[in-house]
Every structure is written in structure tokens, then in C-alpha cells.
Ligand binder design. Sequence first.
Ligand code: V47
Length: 379
Amino acid sequence: MISNKVSHAFQTDDARLKPIAEKVLARERLTPEDALALYRSPDVLAVGWLANQARERIHGNITYFNVNRHINPTNVCVAACRLCAFGRKQGVEGSYTMALDEAWETAASGYSEAVTEFHVVGGLHPDLPFEYFLDLIRGLKERFPQVHLKAFTMVEVAYLAKRAKLSIRDTLLQLKQAGVDSLPGGGAEIFIDRVRRVICDHKIDGDEWLSTARTAHQIGLKSNATMLYGHVENEEDRVDHLIKLRALQDETGGFQTFIPLAFHPDNTPLQHLWKTTGMSDIKQIAIGRLVLDNFPHVKAYWQMLTPKIAQIALRFGADDIDGTVIEEKIYHDAGATTPQGMTRQELTRLIREAGREPLERDTLYRPVTRSETTLTVNV
Ligand code: V47
């Protein structure tokens, strides 16, 4: 039995939540059945209260953010995923591929904000050679040596490996040597095959995504992990996804942050589907925090959730709100109406008004301090 003061503050009419609350407050691991019960509970506030306990236990009142810029070198993509409004076939209207100079110029615009991270992801281009991507990264590192390069999803890495006829390990080693510092969490979607066949049938499967992440972690690259929800998956599929991520994290410890991504159906072949709601978004953040007990961070990606829901998520398990995100394309092509970027001042105001303490971080969660003219990452 929980006998401390905290347990008395937990209230719910949902009897199924009580044994789960006991476990959370005793810091015991939740089972897949517990995770399913959380999804099935109508008491979102009680689930959120528990997630907030777990969040505050790890991070207290801190909420992390960073100053970052997205660079999407190409939207040409062979995969034609039904979930996606960003990818285009080569040569069709709206398709683009940046020349290297153009990509480096894009990186430089907005640099005056003292960006600490470039988030570099793009389509699976059928003709661009591996050298293009190595040169892109080398050129970014040369021009912006102090900026962390979080580049290429597991899906892109696997595609580059296939095209270059290299092993995943050698591909990752070459990318690392060129200057990749860590990997973003995209492309995980939902691991189970039945769902992948509908939303992204030409992408690597769930096991390949996980094994690519495992290899990245083994060679010393940290990564994030996403889960795309709110399309054709069911609650069991989401639980399966979370449990697989948790198992890999037990093995490697290489994941930094879990990022649940709400599906935006506009301009995709799945645009007949309902959009997620505020309550389901908040609940997904909370369940992620509770099940992924070995993930240091849970991110409320404001571009996807909207700033208002992301702010609420900071009291439902999330400890990170992502960053200034200059020039987001993937969600905006899928109908997002959020702004293209936010200033540091706007972000910190959102965080403070959620009753949290903002802490600017670099990509590896080291605090960043700024004065008028200098920028220091505290190692
Ligand atoms: O992998 C694509 C998703 C992801 C849609 O690691 C869509 O810090 C919703 O991974 N509706 C890319 N989602 C974004 C991503 C990400 C974002 C922010 C931070 C980090 C990080 C990673 O976006 C894709 C896919 O799962 N996506 N299309 C859509 N229509």
C-alpha cells in the first residue's frame, strides 16, 4: 500500500487506475496490461496527475527547450507513404532538391538567433549519391562547427545504406565521421506490420527501424524515438510500440527523448480520417511518460500539438517543448496552422505561464547560457 502524503492526493473513480497508481508511486515498472488500462481509462486528469508525478520526480519544475533550425534538403521521396503530405515524386510540381550551396545558405539564414542545433531530414531520393549527404554534413560542420547536427532518421540511414551498398553500421560510421552528432526520432510511426502496410508500406519495417537505432546507439550516437498516432492504429498497437522502445532502451540506453506525433491528415491520402483531439494528445503524452520509465525525456512538440496544447502537456508528463524550429515543412504541408517558428522569448513565456522553469539546452540536454555577445554550452 502507498502510505505517503502523495498517495492521498491521488483521486479517481476509475478502479482500474488504483493498482497502477500504487506502482507508479512505488516506482515499479508498468506492464503492457497496465498501459492498456491507462489508454482505456476515461479519467485523463488522473492519468495526467500520475505522469506529472513521474515527470517531477526526474525533472522537478524544469522544462527544456532549444534554439534549432530545420533543414529539409529534398522532398523527393520514393516511399509515397500514405501518412505523408511532404514527399513528392521526382520531377512533379512542388518537388525540390537543394544544391549543397543552397542547403548551407538555408542553414545560415536565421543563424543570428545563435542556433545550437540543425535538424536535418528529408525524402528518400532515388538518385542523390551518399557523397551528397556526406558533403552536406561536412559543409555544415565546417561552416557551423559549434552547431549540433541531429541528422537523418533511421529510415533515411537504411535507405542510404541500401543505395551505397554498405552495412547499416558502416553507413552510420561514415555519417558520424562526416559530422553527424545524433539522430532524430522520425520514421518509427507504429511498429506493427498491419498498420505499416496501410500508412507507410514502402518504408523499412519496425524491426529494421529498431535494429538501425540499436546500431546507432552501439557506435555512440544518441537518438530520439517517435510514435505517430491517431490514424488506423488501435490501443494495443500503441502499447506494442511503447514496449518495444522500452526494451531497446533497456538494452542500449541510447534514446534521449520520446516524441509522440499526432497524425495530421490534411493533404494526405488519409485525409478522410478524424484529427486527434486535445484530450487524446494530452493522454498520449502522459502514457508515454508512465510506460517509458527508462527514457530521460518526453517532448511536447509544439509545432505538432499547437503551442496551447504543448503548454498544457508540460503538466501532464512532458519536460521538453522542442525549440524555436525555424522553417518546419512536414507538418505545414499536412495542414498545420502553427507559426513557422517561435522566438526564445515566446517559448520561455509559454513555459513560465505553465508554472515551469525554462532551461535552454543543447541537443544533449546540457544547459546553454547566453550573454549579449557569447554563447556557452556548459559541459
Ligand atoms: O517520421 C509525417 C511524421 C515525422 C505526417 O527527433 C507526420 O527531435 C503527422 O520525426 N502528420 C518527422 N506526422 C518529424 C519528426 C520529429 C519532429 C520533431 C522533433 C524530432 C526529434 C523528430 O513526422 C515522420 C512522421 O512520423 N509525419 N507526416 C503527418 N501528415
